[in-house]
Ligand binder design. Structure first.
Ligand SMILES: Cc1cc2nc3c(=O)[nH]c(=O)nc-3n(C[C@H](O)[C@H](O)[C@H](O)COP(=O)(O)OP(=O)(O)OC[C@H]3O[C@@H](n4cnc5c(N)ncnc54)[C@H](O)[C@@H]3O)c2cc1C
Length: 440
């Protein structure tokens, strides 16, 4: 038995269906439950945005506060620290002579780099990493990672017959808490307050699970999922799934229960279908690692595009010559959420009409989205930009047609104040760039 353990929470902010946490519970007699707020999340990157904006930051603080409550009810406590994760964990491991470190495995390149760094620094410590951010375990997939199907359709056909495990048991009591942090300051957690329907935390997620599946909404999902607005028009599980407040297996279990007790129709199947999209992008990110962030993605295509700061800024602020784009971007900026249809439309506009480097759009989404998930975000952007797993080589939406179809009365545009104030995309014209005769 390992005496002292460290559980490193990351994108798994829950106690239910958390097999790595269960392992820590079974194997340790003292445990520190840790979350590190990485200071790098709030610094601007080379792609002009911060990895974490205000909406997700608030959601994260709510999730941490709730996790602390869940742990406290089981005799534990969440220690939250701010700084560089490897430095902080190294200090704690040395000070408390930690024998084993546990975490839920995630596809994030940075998270894995930090994990490998710690493994190299502490060869005597046992490292346990367990998948729980996905429906399937890697061993269940009917192909090796290097043979991941090249398209979503092939993936879906390959995995649809694979059984999905039920959620794992939940520890009732935890090992004794280690709370001292060797003088390193910890962050105090405040109870969650929210004016939004998205309240971060496992309790909020489970309440939404109950609400959603005790209604008849799942039976009508496919008919309304493309609406641009409206809490009830899609499941709204994405933010809770991304931060691991709910496990995909728990969600899947509830979906199957709904099908047994109510109805199993095209709509309920389609919720599963969308969860498979999420699943595909998780394994895609796991397969392609750093390529997820490269301009040419997984293609061999050379993308030629310039960068127009003014166009980029207008897109971010919802101040383009297109009212639908403006409304979608304002909705995103104000709430941290945008419908799937909206995301496809603004991403296509960014790549095709604005001719901007797709990575800057993906990075802005990363900053703004409350449900940001590295695999879903960068994978979907690659797909639309034509450098990802799309057999059709990218998507180019006709924005006027989309507007006629999804906002025929301009109700969405009015609600989010999409009115056009900047008629021109570029304010620089030929007069500002005089072509000088060549000097002889
Ligand atoms: C450019 C772009 C960027 C995106 N970035 C993210 C992101 O950072 N995080 C994120 O969770 N989703 C992302 N998506 C996918 C999708 O837009 C959201 O998951 C969805 O809008 C969330 O709302 P919902 O939970 O009501 O979804 P629903 O329509 O109810 O779908 C149910 C669940 O299926 C999954 N899902 C649905 N569509 C997709 C998809 N296309 N790709 C992957 N998973 C999907 C989500 O987990 C979602 O919660 C992105 C899509 C695009 C086009």
């Amino acid at each position: 038995m390992a005496n002292s353990g460290l559980y490193w929470f990351n994108h798994d902010l829950r106690v239910h269906d958390n097999p790595a946490l269960l392992e820590a519970y079974l194997n340790c007699d003292k445990l520190i439950c840790l979350f590190v707020i990485d200071e790098a999340w709030f610094k601007q990157t080379g792609l002009n945005a911060k990895p974490m904006g205000e909406h997700r930051h608030q959601f994260l603080l709510q999730s941490l506060s709730d996790l602390n409550k869940q742990l406290s009810e089981r005799g534990q406590k969440l220690v939250v620290m701010k700084g560089e994760p490897v430095d902080i964990i190294s200090t704690i491991v040395k000070y408390h002579q930690i024998d084993a470190i546990y975490r839920s495995q995630h596809v994030g390149v940075y998270e894995n780099r930090q994990w490998h760094h710690l493994q190299a620094d502490f060869p005597r410590v046992h490292f346990h990493s367990v998948w729980s951010h996905t429906l399937f375990r890697p061993e269940q997939l009917p192909f090796g990672m290097t043979h991941l199907p090249e398209s979503f359709s092939q993936f879906r056909v390959a995995v649809e017959s694979v059984n999905i495990d039920p959620p794992c048991a939940m520890p009732k009591h935890f090992p004794l808490p280690i709370t001292s942090t060797n003088g390193l300051p910890s962050v105090s957690l405040k109870p969650a307050i929210s004016t939004s329907k998205y309240v971060g935390g496992e309790m909020g997620a489970l309440m939404h699970l109950d609400d959603y599946f005790s209604s008849q909404l799942p039976a009508n999902y496919k008919n309304v999922r493309n609406e641009l607005d409206g809490w009830k028009n899609s499941t709204k599980f994405s933010a809770w799934l991304a931060s691991g407040n709910i496990s995909p297996r728990k969600l899947f279990q509830r979906l199957k229960e709904f099908e047994r007790k109510n109805t199993a129709n095209e709509s309920t199947y389609w919720i599963y279908f969308e969860l498979l999209w999420r699943e595909y992008f998780q394994w895609y990110a796991n397969r392609f690692q750093q390529k997820l962030f490269q301009p040419q993605g997984v293609s061999t295509k050379k993308i030629s595009c310039c960068f127009y700061p003014e166009r980029y800024k207008k897109w971010c602020n919802g101040n383009t010559p297109h009212p639908l784009i403006n409304a979608c971007m304002k909705q995103l900026n104000e709430t941290g959420y945008m419908s799937n249809r909206g995301r496809q439309i603004v991403a296509s506009y960014f790549v095709n009409e604005l001719q901007l480097d797709w990575r800057f759009g993906a990075a802005y989404f990363e900053q703004q989205l409350i449900d940001y998930d590295v695999a879903s975000n960068w994978g979907n952007w690659q797909y639309i930009a034509g450098v990802g797993p799309d057999p059709r080589g990218g998507r180019h939406f006709n924005i006027d047609k989309q507007m006629q179809q999804y906002d025929p009365n301009q109700a969405f545009i009015k609600r989010w104040d999409g009115a056009v104030t900047a008629v021109n995309l570029d304010s620089v014209d030929a007069a500002d760039w005089p072509i000088m005769p060549k000097s002889k």
